[in-house]
Design a protein around this ligand. Structure first.
Ligand SMILES: [Zn+2]
Ligand SMILES: [Zn+2]
Length: 218
């Protein structure tokens, strides 16, 4: 798989060695060649450029809020945004507001400076009318089982286009930054005994209770 991924990435002519290395890593982590991950990947790069970022987020200073939902072939897009921006789910700087859109907002925490990125309709039209979707995914074939001669061109295609033909950028503008500063306090749930971050604890009859044990909704 790694050799095939290397060959596929190396076939993209207009990327330099460093860009190829990042994309190769992204493809390995994503797990299969498809058209969706590159969409998010290219959009992430365009949003970073619009914010004046010269490298992907390595700490926790940038947040990506993605507007893709679930169950509508957009998970790959979200992975692409994560890999190019470095705004990863685990670091808590990738948030999902499920709206069923191939869009996201990239926000600098310190300043609230933000841009919105959306994949152009023509790009989505082309991707969804390609055999990758119509002949394989829509018929229940898993992405990794789709022949490389079908999946490969879908993966490489966007890198041959000017980014502005792929993604539309709105902004920069200033927004309220989501997410408070981190909580370092731990509390034991009075029902199950789990150690829980204090900002996730509810109080019931004055006793700390975790979200699994609370009787309240939400
Ligand atoms: Zn994918
Ligand atoms: Zn509990």
């Amino acid at each position: 798989m790694f050799d095939a991924n290397r060959t596929l990435v190396n076939s993209i002519e207009n990327l330099n060695d460093e860009q190829k290395e990042y994309l190769y890593s992204a493809l390995n982590i994503h797990g299969h060649a498809c058209g969706g991950m590159p969409m998010g990947y290219v959009a992430g790069l365009a949003a970073m450029k619009a914010l004046g970022m010269d490298s992907r987020e390595r700490n926790m200073d940038t947040i990506a809020v993605v507007y893709a939902g679930n169950g509508h072939a957009a998970g790959c897009f979200v992975d692409g945004v994560q890999f190019s921006t470095g705004c990863t789910f685990g670091k808590g700087i990738m948030k999902k507001e499920a709206k069923g859109k191939w869009q996201f907002m990239l926000i600098q925490k310190k300043t609230g400076k933000a841009v919105k990125a959306r994949i152009r309709n023509e790009i989505l039209d082309k991707a969804f009318s390609a055999p990758f979707i119509t002949e394989y995914r829509a018929r229940g074939v898993n992405p990794a089982d789709i022949p490389e001669e079908i999946a490969g061109p879908g993966f490489t295609r966007l890198f041959g286009l000017p980014p502005e033909d792929v993604v539309e950028i709105e902004g920069p503008f200033t927004v309220d930054v989501p997410g408070a500063r981190p909580c370092f306090n731990r509390v034991s749930c009075s029902v199950c005994g789990a150690t829980v971050a204090e900002n996730y604890i509810c109080l019931e009859d004055g006793k700390p209770v975790c979200r699994d044990c609370t009787h309240y909704a939400g």
